[in-house]
Write a protein that binds this ligand. Structure first.
Ligand code: DC
Length: 228
């Protein structure tokens, strides 16, 4: 189809580097960027602010469909600024607490359904790079280019450990490896949209590759498939 907006999906577990790679690709191509994980994080934060309990499925689905959110693109290719009800919550949504609650709301089918359309509207000219867990399998199942980025649990825990040291929050590496493995288990075995490579996705393992090497491989795949 010639009139379709080109879409590149980048899925994988947290810590695989898909946010960094997706932002670099979007910036290089001049495409829009969707950080779908931020939507789940925003919902978790909005629920906390509006005192919606995490087991109130109906209220969470309504909030997911109607929460007032804006993403402001960063022209330099960095993370977008994330606005919830006129407030810049870009850092706030990255906290461990919000992340944990995001993973709780993300298993609710009604929530995923409510967020589906809100994700799909990001597909606009000249194109989209969509980063998440189910971009290639569900949200943009007919995307032209699908990338599945992974890395060993140990390597992902090490990256997280380094980030926490930089933020001066400590956690032992062993505990982090354990946490990463538990989260993988939950993500891969949940009944709705489990984390798995989409059919036709190229698999990239960033355990022993630099950001530049992963970017080059992903960029080559886009060139092969889209001729851009
Ligand atoms: O990528 P992240 O850590 O920002 O994602 C936050 C949570 O949202 C995480 O628990 C996984 C979930 N998520 C999801 O279920 N589907 C997506 N497409 C993106 C994120």
């Amino acid at each position: 189809m010639t009139d379709k907006v080109p879409i590149i999906t980048v899925d994988g577990p947290s810590g695989s580097g898909k946010g960094t790679i997706s932002q670099l690709l979007a910036s290089d191509l001049g495409f829009h960027y969707l950080d779908s994980g931020a939507l789940y994080r925003l919902l978790a934060l909005a629920a906390q602010r509006h005192q919606v309990s995490l087991d109130n499925v109906e209220a969470l689905a309504v909030l997911a469909a109607h929460m007032d959110i804006t993403f402001e693109m960063n022209p330099d290719g960095g993370p977008p600024t994330v606005i919830l009800e006129s407030e810049d919550v870009s850092s706030l949504i990255r906290s461990e607490d919000v992340g944990k609650n995001a993973s709780i709301v993300a298993v609710i089918p009604e929530v995923r359904q409510a967020l589906l359309r809100r994700q799909q509207v990001f597909a606009r000219e000249p194109g989209l790079v969509a980063d998440g867990r189910d971009m290639g399998t569900v949200v943009f199942a007919d995307a032209e280019v699908k990338i599945y980025l992974t890395a060993s649990a140990e390597e992902r825990a090490k990256r997280r450990h380094k980030q926490l040291i930089d933020k001066e929050e400590s956690d032992s590496l062993a505990a982090l490896i354990d946490m990463v493995k538990q989260r993988d288990e939950r993500d891969q075995n949940r009944s709705v949209s489990p984390l798995r490579p989409a059919e036709g996705a190229i698999l990239l393992d960033s355990t022993k590759l630099s950001v530049a090497e992963v970017f080059t491989a992903a960029r080559q795949e886009i060139r092969n498939k889209l001729n851009i």
